[in-house]
Ligand binder design. Structure first.
Ligand code: PMP
Length: 436
Protein backbone atom coordinates (compact mmCIF):
# COMPACT_ATOMS: atom_id res chain seq x y z
CA UNK A 1 0.00 0.00 0.00
CA UNK A 2 1.13 3.51 -0.78
CA UNK A 3 1.85 5.64 2.25
CA UNK A 4 -0.10 8.83 2.71
CA UNK A 5 1.84 11.85 1.37
CA UNK A 6 3.19 14.24 3.95
CA UNK A 7 0.82 17.12 4.56
CA UNK A 8 3.39 19.61 3.31
CA UNK A 9 3.62 17.90 -0.08
CA UNK A 10 0.09 18.87 -0.93
CA UNK A 11 -0.02 22.43 0.38
CA UNK A 12 -0.81 25.31 -1.94
CA UNK A 13 1.13 28.57 -1.76
CA UNK A 14 -1.78 30.16 0.11
CA UNK A 15 -1.88 27.33 2.67
CA UNK A 16 1.87 27.65 3.21
CA UNK A 17 1.51 31.39 3.78
CA UNK A 18 -1.33 30.84 6.20
CA UNK A 19 0.60 28.34 8.34
CA UNK A 20 3.72 30.45 8.08
CA UNK A 21 1.94 33.56 9.35
CA UNK A 22 0.50 31.55 12.24
CA UNK A 23 3.58 29.75 13.53
CA UNK A 24 6.88 30.50 11.85
CA UNK A 25 9.67 32.88 12.79
CA UNK A 26 11.88 34.05 9.92
CA UNK A 27 15.23 35.83 10.21
CA UNK A 28 14.80 39.22 11.85
CA UNK A 29 11.03 38.91 11.50
CA UNK A 30 7.88 40.09 13.19
CA UNK A 31 4.47 38.45 13.27
CA UNK A 32 3.08 41.97 12.80
CA UNK A 33 4.80 42.64 9.49
CA UNK A 34 2.55 43.25 6.50
CA UNK A 35 5.18 41.60 4.27
CA UNK A 36 4.74 37.82 4.09
CA UNK A 37 7.58 35.57 2.91
CA UNK A 38 7.19 34.27 -0.66
CA UNK A 39 6.53 30.48 -0.75
CA UNK A 40 9.20 28.69 -2.81
CA UNK A 41 8.46 25.59 -4.89
CA UNK A 42 12.02 24.69 -5.88
CA UNK A 43 15.47 25.99 -6.72
CA UNK A 44 17.78 25.11 -9.61
CA UNK A 45 20.93 26.73 -10.95
CA UNK A 46 20.43 30.46 -10.43
CA UNK A 47 16.64 30.24 -10.36
CA UNK A 48 14.25 30.37 -7.40
CA UNK A 49 10.85 29.08 -8.51
CA UNK A 50 7.95 30.41 -6.46
CA UNK A 51 4.81 28.43 -5.67
CA UNK A 52 2.80 30.78 -7.89
CA UNK A 53 4.93 29.80 -10.90
CA UNK A 54 7.13 32.90 -11.07
CA UNK A 55 10.84 32.35 -11.58
CA UNK A 56 13.39 34.66 -10.02
CA UNK A 57 17.06 35.14 -10.89
CA UNK A 58 18.85 34.69 -7.60
CA UNK A 59 21.04 37.61 -6.57
CA UNK A 60 21.73 36.45 -3.02
CA UNK A 61 23.19 32.92 -3.31
CA UNK A 62 21.19 32.30 -0.12
CA UNK A 63 23.31 34.79 1.81
CA UNK A 64 26.75 34.19 0.28
CA UNK A 65 26.54 30.42 0.31
CA UNK A 66 25.19 28.86 -2.94
CA UNK A 67 28.32 29.61 -4.98
CA UNK A 68 27.75 26.76 -7.47
CA UNK A 69 24.05 27.61 -7.85
CA UNK A 70 21.25 25.38 -6.54
CA UNK A 71 21.04 21.62 -7.03
CA UNK A 72 24.50 21.18 -8.57
CA UNK A 73 24.65 17.54 -9.78
CA UNK A 74 28.07 16.91 -8.19
CA UNK A 75 26.85 18.04 -4.76
CA UNK A 76 23.62 16.07 -5.11
CA UNK A 77 25.58 12.95 -5.99
CA UNK A 78 27.89 13.41 -3.01
CA UNK A 79 24.88 13.65 -0.68
CA UNK A 80 23.22 10.58 -2.25
CA UNK A 81 26.38 8.50 -2.08
CA UNK A 82 27.11 9.44 1.51
CA UNK A 83 23.59 8.84 2.80
CA UNK A 84 23.83 5.25 1.57
CA UNK A 85 26.67 4.49 3.97
CA UNK A 86 26.34 6.86 6.94
CA UNK A 87 24.45 10.09 7.42
CA UNK A 88 25.65 10.77 10.95
CA UNK A 89 27.72 9.29 13.71
CA UNK A 90 29.05 10.95 16.85
CA UNK A 91 32.55 12.43 16.52
CA UNK A 92 33.66 11.81 20.10
CA UNK A 93 36.05 8.84 19.91
CA UNK A 94 35.14 8.08 16.27
CA UNK A 95 36.37 9.50 12.99
CA UNK A 96 35.66 9.03 9.27
CA UNK A 97 36.88 9.71 5.77
CA UNK A 98 34.53 12.62 4.89
CA UNK A 99 35.83 14.58 7.91
CA UNK A 100 39.54 13.90 7.53
CA UNK A 101 39.59 14.59 3.78
CA UNK A 102 37.66 17.80 4.36
CA UNK A 103 40.14 18.96 6.99
CA UNK A 104 43.07 18.12 4.71
CA UNK A 105 41.48 20.15 1.89
CA UNK A 106 40.78 23.11 4.16
CA UNK A 107 44.38 23.11 5.35
CA UNK A 108 45.62 23.01 1.73
CA UNK A 109 43.30 25.76 0.54
CA UNK A 110 43.67 28.19 3.43
CA UNK A 111 46.63 30.51 4.06
CA UNK A 112 49.81 28.60 5.01
CA UNK A 113 50.23 27.67 8.65
CA UNK A 114 46.61 26.89 9.57
CA UNK A 115 46.99 23.16 10.20
CA UNK A 116 44.36 22.26 12.78
CA UNK A 117 40.62 22.19 12.06
CA UNK A 118 37.58 22.13 14.34
CA UNK A 119 34.46 21.28 12.31
CA UNK A 120 31.21 22.72 13.61
CA UNK A 121 27.63 23.37 12.61
CA UNK A 122 27.18 27.05 11.77
CA UNK A 123 29.04 30.30 11.26
CA UNK A 124 28.17 31.68 14.68
CA UNK A 125 29.41 28.53 16.38
CA UNK A 126 32.60 28.72 14.36
CA UNK A 127 33.19 32.24 15.73
CA UNK A 128 32.34 31.11 19.26
CA UNK A 129 34.88 28.31 18.85
CA UNK A 130 37.48 30.83 17.62
CA UNK A 131 36.86 33.02 20.67
CA UNK A 132 37.12 30.05 22.98
CA UNK A 133 40.38 29.00 21.31
CA UNK A 134 41.79 32.49 21.84
CA UNK A 135 40.77 32.57 25.51
CA UNK A 136 41.99 29.03 26.19
CA UNK A 137 45.27 29.92 24.48
CA UNK A 138 45.63 33.02 26.69
CA UNK A 139 44.99 30.89 29.80
CA UNK A 140 47.58 28.38 28.64
CA UNK A 141 50.14 31.20 28.46
CA UNK A 142 49.32 32.23 32.02
CA UNK A 143 47.49 35.35 30.81
CA UNK A 144 44.38 35.03 32.99
CA UNK A 145 43.54 38.71 32.66
CA UNK A 146 43.32 38.50 28.85
CA UNK A 147 39.55 38.10 28.79
CA UNK A 148 38.58 40.63 26.11
CA UNK A 149 38.52 40.88 22.35
CA UNK A 150 39.48 43.93 20.36
CA UNK A 151 37.51 44.59 17.20
CA UNK A 152 36.41 47.36 14.85
CA UNK A 153 33.09 49.12 14.37
CA UNK A 154 30.76 48.09 11.53
CA UNK A 155 31.72 44.45 12.08
CA UNK A 156 29.36 41.50 12.23
CA UNK A 157 30.17 38.05 13.60
CA UNK A 158 26.82 36.38 14.32
CA UNK A 159 23.65 36.52 16.39
CA UNK A 160 24.54 34.27 19.34
CA UNK A 161 25.41 35.95 22.63
CA UNK A 162 29.19 35.70 22.43
CA UNK A 163 29.27 36.75 18.78
CA UNK A 164 26.77 39.60 19.24
CA UNK A 165 29.15 41.09 21.77
CA UNK A 166 31.64 41.70 18.96
CA UNK A 167 29.12 43.23 16.52
CA UNK A 168 29.03 47.02 16.20
CA UNK A 169 27.33 48.19 19.42
CA UNK A 170 26.28 51.54 17.99
CA UNK A 171 25.25 51.06 14.37
CA UNK A 172 24.51 47.38 14.62
CA UNK A 173 21.50 45.18 15.15
CA UNK A 174 21.87 44.26 18.77
CA UNK A 175 21.82 47.46 20.85
CA UNK A 176 18.89 46.26 22.93
CA UNK A 177 21.20 43.65 24.48
CA UNK A 178 23.91 46.12 25.34
CA UNK A 179 23.56 45.70 29.10
CA UNK A 180 23.53 41.93 28.94
CA UNK A 181 26.48 41.33 26.64
CA UNK A 182 30.10 40.96 27.73
CA UNK A 183 32.05 44.16 27.09
CA UNK A 184 34.75 44.03 24.45
CA UNK A 185 36.85 46.83 23.01
CA UNK A 186 35.89 48.63 19.80
CA UNK A 187 38.11 50.73 17.57
CA UNK A 188 37.06 52.89 14.63
CA UNK A 189 36.19 51.00 11.47
CA UNK A 190 38.71 51.02 8.63
CA UNK A 191 37.84 53.53 5.87
CA UNK A 192 35.41 52.04 3.37
CA UNK A 193 37.75 52.17 0.35
CA UNK A 194 39.33 49.02 -1.05
CA UNK A 195 41.68 50.94 -3.35
CA UNK A 196 42.46 53.87 -1.05
CA UNK A 197 46.14 54.29 -0.22
CA UNK A 198 46.67 53.22 3.37
CA UNK A 199 47.66 55.85 5.86
CA UNK A 200 48.83 55.08 9.40
CA UNK A 201 46.08 57.41 10.65
CA UNK A 202 43.51 54.85 9.45
CA UNK A 203 44.69 52.41 12.05
CA UNK A 204 45.69 54.83 14.80
CA UNK A 205 42.60 54.23 16.91
CA UNK A 206 43.00 50.45 16.77
CA UNK A 207 46.66 50.84 17.68
CA UNK A 208 45.83 53.18 20.58
CA UNK A 209 43.24 50.75 21.94
CA UNK A 210 45.70 47.88 21.60
CA UNK A 211 48.39 49.76 23.50
CA UNK A 212 45.93 50.82 26.18
CA UNK A 213 44.36 47.38 26.66
CA UNK A 214 47.21 45.04 25.69
CA UNK A 215 47.11 43.19 29.00
CA UNK A 216 43.38 42.44 28.64
CA UNK A 217 43.20 41.50 24.96
CA UNK A 218 43.31 37.83 23.91
CA UNK A 219 42.71 38.49 20.21
CA UNK A 220 41.75 40.99 17.55
CA UNK A 221 38.74 39.73 15.62
CA UNK A 222 37.62 41.13 12.28
CA UNK A 223 36.21 40.30 8.88
CA UNK A 224 39.09 40.55 6.39
CA UNK A 225 38.64 43.11 3.56
CA UNK A 226 34.82 43.01 3.49
CA UNK A 227 32.66 43.93 6.46
CA UNK A 228 29.39 42.21 5.56
CA UNK A 229 26.17 42.56 7.54
CA UNK A 230 27.61 45.60 9.37
CA UNK A 231 27.52 47.71 6.20
CA UNK A 232 28.90 45.84 3.14
CA UNK A 233 32.10 47.88 3.47
CA UNK A 234 35.32 47.05 1.58
CA UNK A 235 38.63 48.19 3.06
CA UNK A 236 42.28 48.30 2.06
CA UNK A 237 44.43 45.14 2.16
CA UNK A 238 47.21 47.33 3.60
CA UNK A 239 45.03 47.95 6.65
CA UNK A 240 44.79 44.20 7.21
CA UNK A 241 48.55 43.83 6.74
CA UNK A 242 49.09 46.42 9.49
CA UNK A 243 46.64 44.60 11.79
CA UNK A 244 48.71 41.45 11.37
CA UNK A 245 51.91 43.39 12.16
CA UNK A 246 50.35 44.94 15.25
CA UNK A 247 49.16 41.54 16.49
CA UNK A 248 52.71 40.23 16.19
CA UNK A 249 54.20 43.32 17.79
CA UNK A 250 51.83 43.21 20.78
CA UNK A 251 51.63 39.41 21.05
CA UNK A 252 47.89 39.22 20.45
CA UNK A 253 46.16 36.58 18.29
CA UNK A 254 44.37 37.51 15.07
CA UNK A 255 41.00 35.89 14.34
CA UNK A 256 39.86 36.29 10.72
CA UNK A 257 36.13 35.74 10.27
CA UNK A 258 35.89 34.60 6.62
CA UNK A 259 32.44 33.08 6.97
CA UNK A 260 31.09 35.44 4.32
CA UNK A 261 34.25 36.18 2.33
CA UNK A 262 35.75 32.67 2.16
CA UNK A 263 35.75 30.41 -0.91
CA UNK A 264 36.27 32.91 -3.70
CA UNK A 265 33.65 35.59 -3.11
CA UNK A 266 36.10 38.52 -3.10
CA UNK A 267 38.13 37.24 -6.07
CA UNK A 268 40.62 35.35 -3.89
CA UNK A 269 39.99 31.96 -2.30
CA UNK A 270 40.23 33.73 1.09
CA UNK A 271 40.07 37.51 1.56
CA UNK A 272 43.22 37.34 3.73
CA UNK A 273 45.12 36.60 0.50
CA UNK A 274 44.52 40.19 -0.68
CA UNK A 275 46.90 41.18 2.12
CA UNK A 276 49.09 38.06 1.98
CA UNK A 277 48.57 37.34 5.67
CA UNK A 278 47.83 34.27 7.77
CA UNK A 279 45.61 34.78 10.80
CA UNK A 280 46.15 32.68 13.92
CA UNK A 281 42.54 31.51 13.76
CA UNK A 282 40.26 31.41 10.70
CA UNK A 283 36.47 30.95 10.65
CA UNK A 284 34.72 29.54 7.58
CA UNK A 285 31.10 28.58 6.92
CA UNK A 286 28.35 29.58 4.47
CA UNK A 287 29.84 28.50 1.08
CA UNK A 288 31.70 25.56 2.66
CA UNK A 289 29.00 23.14 1.43
CA UNK A 290 28.13 25.28 -1.59
CA UNK A 291 25.03 26.32 0.34
CA UNK A 292 23.64 22.76 0.44
CA UNK A 293 23.51 22.38 4.19
CA UNK A 294 24.83 23.90 7.38
CA UNK A 295 28.51 23.34 8.12
CA UNK A 296 31.34 25.54 9.34
CA UNK A 297 34.87 25.17 10.60
CA UNK A 298 37.50 26.96 12.66
CA UNK A 299 41.15 26.55 11.71
CA UNK A 300 44.11 27.44 13.86
CA UNK A 301 47.88 27.34 13.76
CA UNK A 302 50.00 24.69 15.43
CA UNK A 303 51.10 27.33 17.94
CA UNK A 304 47.53 27.94 19.11
CA UNK A 305 46.70 24.22 19.19
CA UNK A 306 49.87 23.38 21.11
CA UNK A 307 49.16 26.09 23.68
CA UNK A 308 45.60 24.87 24.24
CA UNK A 309 46.62 21.21 24.51
CA UNK A 310 49.42 21.99 26.94
CA UNK A 311 47.21 24.31 28.98
CA UNK A 312 45.47 23.55 32.25
CA UNK A 313 42.45 21.82 30.70
CA UNK A 314 44.68 19.85 28.34
CA UNK A 315 41.85 19.64 25.83
CA UNK A 316 39.89 22.06 23.70
CA UNK A 317 36.61 22.34 25.56
CA UNK A 318 33.95 22.14 22.83
CA UNK A 319 31.98 19.29 21.25
CA UNK A 320 28.74 19.87 19.35
CA UNK A 321 26.46 16.84 18.86
CA UNK A 322 26.46 17.18 15.08
CA UNK A 323 30.16 17.96 14.85
CA UNK A 324 31.62 16.77 11.50
CA UNK A 325 28.30 15.40 10.24
CA UNK A 326 29.46 13.00 7.46
CA UNK A 327 26.70 14.03 5.07
CA UNK A 328 27.61 17.71 5.31
CA UNK A 329 31.36 16.89 5.15
CA UNK A 330 30.87 14.87 1.96
CA UNK A 331 28.98 17.68 0.31
CA UNK A 332 31.67 20.14 1.47
CA UNK A 333 34.35 17.87 -0.03
CA UNK A 334 32.48 17.89 -3.34
CA UNK A 335 32.04 21.66 -3.20
CA UNK A 336 35.75 22.22 -2.49
CA UNK A 337 36.66 19.83 -5.34
CA UNK A 338 34.58 22.01 -7.66
CA UNK A 339 36.37 25.11 -6.40
CA UNK A 340 39.76 23.44 -6.70
CA UNK A 341 39.14 22.94 -10.42
CA UNK A 342 39.72 26.70 -10.54
CA UNK A 343 36.81 27.72 -12.79
CA UNK A 344 35.48 30.07 -10.11
CA UNK A 345 38.29 32.56 -10.72
CA UNK A 346 37.13 33.38 -14.24
CA UNK A 347 33.49 33.33 -13.13
CA UNK A 348 34.08 35.78 -10.30
CA UNK A 349 36.21 38.07 -12.51
CA UNK A 350 33.40 38.02 -15.06
CA UNK A 351 30.78 38.85 -12.42
CA UNK A 352 32.97 41.67 -11.13
CA UNK A 353 33.10 43.34 -14.54
CA UNK A 354 29.38 42.66 -15.15
CA UNK A 355 28.48 44.26 -11.80
CA UNK A 356 30.69 47.29 -12.50
CA UNK A 357 29.05 47.87 -15.86
CA UNK A 358 25.50 47.03 -14.75
CA UNK A 359 25.48 49.01 -11.51
CA UNK A 360 27.41 51.98 -12.98
CA UNK A 361 24.27 53.94 -13.92
CA UNK A 362 23.13 53.90 -10.26
CA UNK A 363 25.95 56.34 -9.41
CA UNK A 364 24.05 59.14 -11.13
CA UNK A 365 20.85 58.61 -9.10
CA UNK A 366 20.05 61.17 -6.42
CA UNK A 367 18.95 58.40 -3.99
CA UNK A 368 22.40 56.81 -4.14
CA UNK A 369 25.32 57.54 -1.84
CA UNK A 370 27.82 55.02 -3.21
CA UNK A 371 28.14 52.11 -5.60
CA UNK A 372 30.89 49.56 -4.96
CA UNK A 373 31.93 46.24 -6.42
CA UNK A 374 34.52 43.71 -5.29
CA UNK A 375 34.72 40.21 -6.75
CA UNK A 376 31.20 38.79 -6.91
CA UNK A 377 29.77 41.41 -4.53
CA UNK A 378 27.84 44.44 -5.79
CA UNK A 379 26.50 47.11 -3.46
CA UNK A 380 24.31 50.16 -3.95
CA UNK A 381 24.36 52.23 -0.76
CA UNK A 382 21.42 54.62 -0.46
CA UNK A 383 21.03 57.82 1.56
CA UNK A 384 17.88 56.46 3.25
CA UNK A 385 16.84 52.99 4.42
CA UNK A 386 14.49 51.14 2.07
CA UNK A 387 10.92 50.34 3.02
CA UNK A 388 10.94 46.55 2.68
CA UNK A 389 7.17 45.97 2.28
CA UNK A 390 7.31 48.31 -0.75
CA UNK A 391 10.64 47.32 -2.21
CA UNK A 392 10.70 43.53 -1.82
CA UNK A 393 7.65 42.90 -4.08
CA UNK A 394 9.13 45.29 -6.66
CA UNK A 395 12.21 43.09 -7.03
CA UNK A 396 9.99 40.03 -7.38
CA UNK A 397 7.98 41.87 -10.05
CA UNK A 398 11.26 42.46 -11.89
CA UNK A 399 11.95 38.71 -11.81
CA UNK A 400 14.92 38.84 -9.42
CA UNK A 401 15.60 37.86 -5.83
CA UNK A 402 17.35 40.75 -4.08
CA UNK A 403 17.01 41.19 -0.33
CA UNK A 404 18.09 44.68 0.76
CA UNK A 405 18.71 45.66 4.34
CA UNK A 406 18.76 49.16 5.77
CA UNK A 407 20.35 51.49 3.24
CA UNK A 408 21.97 48.67 1.30
CA UNK A 409 20.74 47.11 -1.91
CA UNK A 410 23.32 44.45 -2.67
CA UNK A 411 23.85 41.24 -4.58
CA UNK A 412 26.11 38.21 -4.15
CA UNK A 413 25.09 36.01 -7.08
CA UNK A 414 26.04 32.34 -7.48
CA UNK A 415 29.36 32.15 -9.40
CA UNK A 416 27.65 30.23 -12.22
CA UNK A 417 25.35 33.11 -13.21
CA UNK A 418 25.34 33.79 -16.98
CA UNK A 419 26.00 37.25 -18.41
CA UNK A 420 22.42 37.69 -19.55
CA UNK A 421 21.00 36.92 -16.10
CA UNK A 422 23.56 39.18 -14.46
CA UNK A 423 22.59 42.02 -16.78
CA UNK A 424 18.90 41.42 -15.91
CA UNK A 425 19.75 41.45 -12.21
CA UNK A 426 21.72 44.71 -12.27
CA UNK A 427 19.17 46.40 -14.53
CA UNK A 428 16.42 45.44 -12.07
CA UNK A 429 18.44 46.85 -9.16
CA UNK A 430 19.01 50.18 -10.89
CA UNK A 431 15.38 50.31 -11.99
CA UNK A 432 13.94 49.64 -8.51
CA UNK A 433 16.36 52.07 -6.87
CA UNK A 434 15.56 54.80 -9.42
CA UNK A 435 11.87 54.57 -8.40
CA UNK A 436 12.50 54.96 -4.66
N1 PMP B 1 30.32 35.97 10.61
C1 PMP B 1 30.04 36.59 9.47
C2 PMP B 1 31.07 37.49 8.86
C3 PMP B 1 28.81 36.40 8.86
O1 PMP B 1 28.52 37.05 7.71
C4 PMP B 1 27.87 35.53 9.46
C5 PMP B 1 26.51 35.27 8.85
N2 PMP B 1 25.90 36.34 8.26
C6 PMP B 1 28.22 34.89 10.65
C7 PMP B 1 29.45 35.14 11.20
C8 PMP B 1 27.26 33.96 11.34
O2 PMP B 1 27.05 32.81 10.58
P1 PMP B 1 25.73 31.95 10.76
O3 PMP B 1 24.59 32.79 10.29
O4 PMP B 1 25.95 30.73 9.89
O5 PMP B 1 25.63 31.60 12.20
Amino acid sequence: TQSKPLLSESLTGEQISELDAKHVWHPYSSFNSPLLPFPVESTEGVRIRLKDGRELIDGMASWWSAVHGYGHPVLKQAAHDQIETMSHVMFGGLTHEPAVTLCEKLVKLSPDGLNKVFICDSGSVSVEVAMKMAFQYALSQGNRERNKLLTVRSGYHGDTFATMATCDPVNGMHHMFENILPKHIFAEAPPCKFEEAFSESHIQDLKDKLVQHQQEVAAIILEPIVQGAGGMRFYSPDYLKRVRELCDEYDVLLIADEIATGFGRTGKMFACEHAGITPDILCVGKALTGGFMSLAATLCTDKVAKGICEGEAGVFMHGPTFMANPLACSVANASLDLLMSGEWQQQVANIESGLKIGLGPAKALSQVEDVRVLGAIGVIELHEPVDMPTVQPQFVQEGVWVRPFGRLVYVLPPFVIENEDLAHLTKAMVSVVSRL
